[in-house]
Design a protein around this ligand. Structure first.
Ligand code: HEM
Length: 211
């Protein structure tokens, strides 16, 4: 999950072109704003995520952020009836945004440290909210939101009771693959969702080999 409700690309090609457009210019050491502008103009599916980010400062803590599954998944029951769903994890500590001043003054890696500090006060919880789609809702495009009036129900709670610094932690050796799903949950034909699994395998292999 990410903490934006939409993704920045409807296809792997846009994701790739977006990364290439942000490659630092050797002359300045920074991305060339003209290249980013050109990318946005030629790839309209790259617009919704930066728009959301421009309107929402980051959270002061991971415990104060919602996380969005973004893709649409299929829930299939015993009679093979399919329901389109999306999900979102909503923090019990509340969604918060940093002010511009806090954003400028925050030290590096403060999010990791704040989670460790927050957990000393007790577990951190998120409600898992499932949104039920209707026929015709976009299912293969992770840059498009569903209408806001779709039925949403609480289906579970995620509780984090402890954490450790990431460096050297056991999670560094776990490969995350969004296509590993429980029985009854199936992927849609979203090209971004289907691309992630092989991309993560290559990345994970490179991490293990130090390549
Ligand atoms: C074409 C689209 C995408 C590509 C090519 C891509 C690629 C990658 C790669 C290479 C990694 C590093 C994996 C590793 O080595 O552990 C990664 C991590 C991650 N991606 Fe993506 N990604 C894409 C779309 C998405 C989307 C749509 C989401 C959210 C819905 C997402 C969420 C994440 C998260 C949460 C991680 C961190 C996973 C972890 O820490 O184990 N990505 N992505």
């Amino acid at each position: 999950m990410l903490n934006t409700p939409v993704f920045g690309a409807a296809t792997p090609q846009t994701f790739y072109d977006d990364i290439v457009s942000k490659k630092p210019d050797p002359a300045t050491g920074k991305p060339d704003p003209e290249k980013i502008k050109a990318l946005r103009a030629s790839h309209p599916d790259s617009l919704p995520q930066p728009k959301y980010l421009a309107e929402h400062n980051p959270p002061p803590s991971w415990a104060n952020s919602s996380y969005f599954g973004i893709h649409t998944f299929k829930f299939v029951n015993g009679a093979k009836k399919t329901t389109l769903v999306r999900w979102q994890f909503v923090p019990e500590d509340g969604d918060k945004q940093m002010t511009d001043a806090e954003l400028k003054s925050s030290p590096p890696n403060f999010l990791q440290q704040r989670l460790l500090d927050r957990l000393k006060q007790g577990p951190v919880r998120w409600d898992m909210m499932l949104t039920i789609g209707k026929s015709g809702d976009p299912e293969n495009n992770p840059t498009l939101l569903w209408p806001a009036d779709r039925k949403t129900i609480k289906v579970g709670t995620l509780t984090i009771t402890s954490a450790s610094p990431q460096k050297g932690a056991p999670c560094e050796e776990i490969k995350f693959d969004p296509l590993v799903m429980a029985d009854g949950i199936e992927p849609t034909n979203d090209p971004v969702l289907l691309f992630r699994s092989p991309a993560y395998s290559i990345s994970f292999g490179k991490q293990l080999s130090g390549d």
